[in-house]
Ligand binder design. Structure first.
Ligand code: SF4
Ligand code: SF4
Length: 185
């Protein structure tokens, strides 16, 4: 009984294999061939830079750190009492703690952080899973994003008075006016 069952299973397997013979392969020869990840896949968290200046978009508001459920983000940014702005000293992300939920990206209002469709960052050293601000920024430099920040409008250039060839008639000075009146009277 067991023998007939095994023979039947063998033919079932061969039928499935024969159905795929001649079809286009859906597997790839990794790692020689790389899979292109969907645009919105959550590969890694990266920091984004301004497309014109190349400077970090992060304002050190700390919203991503507060939104992170696993405590993977650590930001040190003391507030400058004079300017009332935070000065970003360090921004570390521990991928050993990150669960790739994407809440940090949703919390960020400054187009400064994104989950990029990148992979192959595994390591056997646990310490290498913590990335600092420089590494997070460098990995994110080629990541495309929609900049939703409201930038301050640049001041308009001063309008110069138009220069004309024809002389402009000006009203005579009050002293000259009184002289003219004396001559006529
Ligand atoms: S993806 Fe989730 S767990 Fe990872 S850093 Fe962002 S908020 Fe934290
Ligand atoms: S990445 Fe965004 S949310 Fe996080 S500190 Fe910077 S500006 Fe704030």
């Amino acid at each position: 009984m067991g023998l007939w069952k095994d023979i039947k299973n063998l033919f079932v397997g061969m039928r499935i294999t024969s159905k795929h013979l001649g079809r286009r392969a859906i597997t790839i020869q990794y790692p020689e061939e790389k899979w292109t990840m969907p645009e919105r896949s959550r590969g890694i968290v990266v920091l984004l830079s301004d497309k014109e200046t190349g400077e970090l978009n992060c304002t050190a508001c700390m919203l991503c750190m507060k939104a992170c459920p696993t405590g993977a983000i650590r930001i040190v940014a003391p507030r400058d009492e004079a300017t009332k702005k935070r000065d970003l000293k360090s921004f570390d992300l521990d991928f050993g703690l990150c669960c790739f939920c994407g809440l940090c990206e949703e919390a960020c209002n400054f187009s400064a952080l994104k989950m990029a469709a990148k992979y192959e960052f595994s390591t056997i050293n646990k310490d290498d899973l913590t990335w600092d601000v420089k590494k997070l920024q460098e990995i994110g430099r080629d990541v495309d994003y929609v900049d939703t920040r409201k930038k301050k409008a640049e001041p308009k250039p001063a309008v110069k008075p138009a220069v004309t060839d024809t002389p402009v008639a000006t009203a005579p000075a009050p002293a000259a006016q009184s002289e003219q009146k004396g001559e006529t009277s």
